[in-house]
Write a protein that binds this ligand. Sequence first.
Ligand SMILES: Cc1ncc(COP(=O)(O)O)c(C=O)c1O
Length: 456
Amino acid sequence: MSNKKNAPSLGDWDRQYVWHPFTQMQEWEQEEPLIIESGKGPYLIDTKGRRYLDGTSSVWVNLHGHRHPALDRALDQQRKRIAHSTLLGLSNPPAIRLARELIAIAPKGLSRVFYSDNGSTAVEVALKMAVQYWQQRHPEKGPKNRFLHLKLAYHGDTVGAVSVGNIELFHARFQPLLFPTRAADPPYCYRCPLSLTYPACDLACLDPVERVLKEHGRELAGFIIEPLIQAAAGMITQPPSYLTRIRELCSQYEVLLIADEVATGFGRTGTMFACDREGVTPDLMALSKGLTGGYLPLAATLTTEEIYSAFLGKYEEFKTFFHGHSYTGNPLGCAVALANLEIFRSEHTLARLQPKISRLSALLKPLHQFPHVGDIRQQGFMAGIELVRDRPTREPYPLETRIGHRVALEARKRGLLLRPLGHIIVLMPPLSINLQTLTRMVSILSRSISAVTQHA
Ligand SMILES: Cc1ncc(COP(=O)(O)O)c(C=O)c1O
């Protein structure tokens, strides 16, 4: 509460002026906000000096910990030269170098980089590129301007990204603004829409996907997918080979494959990109979040020479990709992103991550002992724990029980910050976390789930 005798506190000003994302402000205004002032490694430190473990990597962006010296240095060095100049009609060294480095590590066949500012815009760029590609390269194939996506997909909050998304709670309100799409059931094995079990199912969930492609492929510009795991849907993991089969189907029915690696990119699934796990090259790939190691907003849409070349021509042919943002290719962001990639090399981030992924699996397994833990899903260093009201019937907790939120509040008391997705508890530690701290993190998580679900 504010101290009435003194000047208003930061908390008062927050409640008076700031509108927080994905937040019921009426509730927020009743509570004392947690204000993070600094960070170090896997810890966030608030204005009262309390330390918290960053259990979501600051909503899935942080990789090497907060205040990594090499990232700090890169930012410092670049700001001494220039903070920003435009990429419209000009270029800058960090943007050029970063594009080259991204292509060097991207799935083979991707050769061009288009910058933007966040995951949603990286997706918007991919959608617009796909539509314009078909218009310019194959006008004879008729209008190919629709998209296929999975149900429960999340690709961001701008209107195009919401159109190809399918999370009722977030998206239903905006229906009047959205363009029509085709949707297919996701491979949500815990709640299989076909009531089958993996691996005996033989990926039967691909049949309806193929049916849509067969019937509507002629009108489809692309199939957008979060490869290996639908994160915001509740960490819904895809069985092995699912992505490979999607790639094959897209090629067969002449539909571009758009991999939204905004959440999965940069080591999150154990390889640099989720597509690497199955040796898949998408036609377009959206990147953001971990691109700058969690330092600055920057995004990139990568594509192939085939797509890029469809935009070439004389100015008056108007094949130009008329899209861009004020901060496209921001030098500070690109300089930090370059340092981020250098850390992957110098600190062997991916090699050192493998035992942590195994340890995370081992640490999560005992959570099955709790009667309200329905499913534990993990893809690399991304984990989701689905809480259910009744395990035998898999009956979910109703939204209004706010079960995930209650677990997060309990964890906060014990020094761990979480951001659940409804009744699914998400754990996504920074890749740099050590085994001891990881163990502590899961221990707090376990005790918090136990404390809350005992009475729920
Ligand atoms: C797969 C995926 N795509 C796109 C986005 C949107 O990214 P941003 O919040 O940076 O716009 C997200 C964000 O969580 C995401 O998980």
